[in-house]
Design a protein around this ligand. Structure first.
Ligand SMILES: C[S@@+](CC[C@H](N)C(=O)[O-])C[C@H]1O[C@@H](n2cnc3c(N)ncnc32)[C@H](O)[C@@H]1O
Length: 400
């Protein structure tokens, strides 16, 4: 099964129990700390949709509480009964041996962990000072109880349930909080997400794809060949290349300019055969050129360019402006509508209406897949999803 499919399986089967590895949290968080060592100083940090008893987010922030100068750490979990987990409920020793243990609440209530003082009088505030209790409800992030914690927090950090990603982001945005969350790469093109990226209200974190090395999955989760491994602690890890970090916390990478060659030099020296042979096709239904690789963006091009969505991993808002999305019924406005479009694939034909929602350029009938329509007398090709960008002029007022 392809890696992308693993994530889509997680979404479809409502399997929201993909846990984040310590190493990935550390790697991402270090980049914000490098940019601003005081990013968490005197802040209240909320880690919702977590499982504080063994979550690596809680562990990471609790271990670094003093070093980061955090004011208060709050972490909440979702009631076991609400989770889509097939295996039997396993009570942790931590809970069962605590005087707070309540048999009537253990499966039905969420939990809250807080850290703000040296409760064990060891002389430092660390993971051993975490206090816990049952929440009044199930820990749903949409509940009034967790909303209150959100309102109290300065920064919200988590890997939220995949199936509720849109709702989760809206929940953060309505409270106007700083945040860092994990989502699927596909979220870039969601109508609830792309406008925020376009306006530089939110942006990608420090990496996407293989930057996140994998997720810990529940014992019952079926593992697939090369995507799966068992780590030193016996955790079952599923590797994906389809996730990213989304944030509104500043980091250095987004201010590094992309080093690029001119249009002419790309045609001569590009490492991509496609660019050297075919150059930059003009779209047939939008006034822009297609740039099939981010590193082939011509440094001296003045117009609009369609680039792969992975461009956002290199996007520097001081260098480029995002003009729009090159696909999707709601966010893309083509300059031309094709009448009765037909898709030709491997000698077979089918309905080609999809080309009215994407950028297309002229091709030849040798292409494996191409489109024709009643109002054009040439075949058309639809590249993968594109983002429309242009260079920012110097002294541009909209510099982010
Ligand atoms: C993708 S997992 C990530 C867990 C943890 N944040 C981590 O990264 O290791 C998402 C978690 O959210 C929980 N969850 C699902 N729906 C939820 C909801 N409506 N409110 C709060 N948590 C929810 C799931 O049970 C799961 O534990």
């Amino acid at each position: 099964m392809a890696r992308r499919e693993v994530m889509s399986k997680a979404k479809k089967s409502q399997n929201d129990e993909f846990y984040t590895q310590y190493v990935d949290i550390q790697k991402e968080l270090n980049a914000y700390l490098e940019y601003n060592p005081d990013v968490f100083r005197n802040k209240i940090i909320l880690l919702p949709c977590d499982d504080p008893e063994w979550s690596n987010f809680t562990k990471f922030f609790a271990q670094n509480f003093e070093r980061f100068g955090i004011k208060k750490l709050i972490s909440t979990s979702y009631a076991h009964e609400r989770k889509h987990i097939e295996e039997p409920y396993q009570l942790t020793l931590f809970e069962s041996e605590s005087p707070k243990f309540d048999k009537s609440k253990t499966k039905t209530h969420g939990k809250i962990f807080t850290l703000d003082s040296d409760t064990n009088k060891s002389g430092r505030i660390d993971i051993n000072d975490l206090k816990w209790d049952y929440l009044k409800g199930d820990g749903d992030f949409r509940s009034d109880e967790v909303k209150k914690l959100r309102n109290e927090a300065d920064i919200i950090i988590t890997n939220p349930p995949f199936s509720l990603f849109r709702e989760f982001l809206a929940w953060i945005m309505e409270a106007k909080k700083q945040f860092l969350i994990i989502g699927s790469i596909n979220c870039i093109t969601y109508k609830e997400v792309f406008p925020l990226i376009k306006d530089n209200t939110v942006w990608l974190g420090n990496g996407m794809g293989r930057w996140i090395s994998g997720f810990i999955v529940p014992k019952g989760y079926e593992l697939y060949g090369s995507e799966a491994k068992i780590d030193k602690e016996g955790n079952r890890i599923v590797a994906t290349n389809s996730c990213l970090w989304l944030t509104n916390l500043e980091h250095g990478k987004r201010h590094q300019p992309l080093q690029l060659m001119t249009y002419k030099d790309n045609l001569k020296y590009s490492k991509h055969k496609d660019i050297k042979e075919n150059g930059y096709p003009e779209y047939d239904n939008y006034n822009a050129i297609d740039v099939s690789f981010t590193d082939s963006i011509p440094s001296d091009y003045k117009g609009i360019m369609g680039v792969p969505v992975t461009f956002l991993d290199k996007y520097n808002p001081d260098q480029f402006r995002i003009v729009g999305l090159g696909n999707g019924a709601e966010l893309f406005g083509p300059s031309k509508i094709y009448e009765n479009p037909v898709m030709h694939k491997n000698g077979k034909t089918s309905n080609g209406n999809a080309i009215n929602r994407v950028l297309v350029y002229r091709t030849t009938e040798d292409s494996k897949v191409y489109y024709t329509a009643d109002n054009v007398d040439y075949p058309l090709f639809a590249p993968y999803a594109r983002i429309l960008i242009e260079f920012k002029e110097e002294n541009d007022e909209n510099v982010a």
